[in-house]
Design a protein around this ligand. Structure first.
Ligand SMILES: NC(=O)c1ccc[n+]([C@@H]2O[C@H](COP(=O)([O-])OP(=O)(O)OC[C@H]3O[C@@H](n4cnc5c(N)ncnc54)[C@H](OP(=O)(O)O)[C@@H]3O)[C@@H](O)[C@H]2O)c1
Length: 356
């Protein structure tokens, strides 16, 4: 067992990125069923900035603890283990699980309440204890800075493609996937989608980012600024059929268009809301008519369980899929890193290197 040690960590009162503060805390020794981890790298998600900015209010069961340590997705190394721990040993590389008690099956508010970096303390710290069940093995082919992106971005992308299929029976071959934007979830969806044999349509506000998407294998590119009626372009590209699976990342301004260009019998994954959470009055749509006229499914998606996370990791290892890291910041520059992501200039993921 380790002796008592200190950890430097970032804390927030949910009052803005610029008010994040650097603090020092005593690391709790691992209980018998826990491990102590030295955090190596932390991946930033849109929700992390949203939480810190006090804007993450749509999950009523996720109420943050005081002085919240933000961020859910980390990669690290085990430095001590509790007496009853059987799965891990000192030196193992692990990935934290963002919803630590969500192990299998459908999502539930009780799992949301145990989420880290949102309801409970997260990973933007040098050392942290985890239940031994709250981590998975880090794939050996990935660097720490790559691996820490697999949780939220990777699992959400995996569930958007495979969440409606049984565990162990992933699909996507021959299907058309529409990926909105070039952020973390979308680019993981592009990589997984291509490896699954799907045809991919990528949208972005930037031609330069679209070119990067093309270099990663995107089959079709749409600049949604230059082509505001991108739904019509999706229909044109698919000879009128539409997209089988849509990563609906935009929310208020994009959902009506997604209903226009989803394939008959297709799936819209309600993932995000980067274009806004509230429908402007002139954009209201009749969901019943929209859904039944295409005989389609709209599925609210909140990440996925640990078994699907592992399924995704195994698939990515088989295909040697590496998350795209746009930029890495030192631990001391967490504010700059979060602001950089929040401003939306990135392509793929933004990472904080905790252990330099
Ligand atoms: N439900 C879940 O489990 C889950 C999991 C992860 C994320 N999310 C949500 O999904 C969304 C994306 O997350 P992320 O982590 O991938 O975010 P991110 O890395 O910050 O990416 C956001 C990207 O969205 C694109 N975008 C902005 N406005 C857009 C618009 N009007 N139409 C289409 N695309 C637009 C931009 O791409 P361009 O710069 O290329 O235009 C931007 O880079 C967020 O709302 C997040 O909260 C949900």
């Amino acid at each position: 067992m380790a002796s008592e040690r200190k950890t430097r960590q970032w804390e927030t009162d949910l009052d803005g990125i610029q008010k994040l503060r650097f603090a020092e805390s005593i690391v709790r020794l691992p209980a018998s069923d826990e491990i102590l981890v030295k955090v190596a790298a932390v991946s930033l998600n849109y929700k992390d900035a949203e939480i810190i900015n006090g804007l993450f209010k749509h999950h009523k069961s996720m109420v943050a603890v005081p002085n919240l340590v933000p961020c859910s997705d980390s990669c690290g190394q085990v430095v001590a283990v509790g007496d009853a721990v059987t799965k891990w040993k000192v030196g193992d590389r692990i990935l934290s699980v963002s919803y630590p008690t969500y192990l299998t099956g459908p999502q539930h508010p009780k799992y949301l309440r145990t989420s880290i970096g949102s309801a409970n303390h997260g990973c933007l710290t040098e050392y942290r204890t985890f239940k031994e069940t709250a981590v998975v093995a880090c794939p050996s082919y990935l660097t720490n800075e790559e691996a820490c992106n697999m949780q939220v971005a990777g699992t959400t992308a995996w569930m958007a493609i495979n969440g409606m299929r049984p565990l162990g029976q992933p699909g996507g071959k021959g299907e058309t996937i529409l990926l909105q934007g070039t952020g973390g979830v979308s680019i993981m969806g592009l990589l997984i989608g291509k490896a699954s044999g799907a045809e991919t349509i990528l949208t972005s506000s930037s031609d330069e980012k679209l070119q990067r998407g093309k270099d990663l294998g995107a089959d079709h590119l749409i600049n949604y600024r230059k082509t505001p009626n991108w739904d019509e372009e999706v229909l044109r590209l698919t000879s009128g059929k539409g997209a089988d699976i849509i990563f609906e990342n935009g929310g208020a301004l994009t959902t009506p268009k997604s209903f226009n260009c989803v394939a008959f019998g297709g799936l819209i994954n309600a993932i995000g809301y980067v274009s806004g959470k509230i429908d402007p009055p002139d954009e209201r749509l009749n969901i019943n008519v929209s859904a039944l006229s295409r005989n389609m499914t709209i599925k609210g998606l909140i990440n996925g369980p640990r078994d699907r996370f592992q399924e995704m990791l195994d698939f990515c290892a088989k295909h040697e899929i590496r998350p795209v890291v746009d930029k890495t910041f030192p631990f001391e520059q967490a504010r700059e890193a979060l602001q950089y992501m929040w401003d939306g200039a990135h392509f793929g993921k933004v990472v904080i290197n905790v252990a330099q």
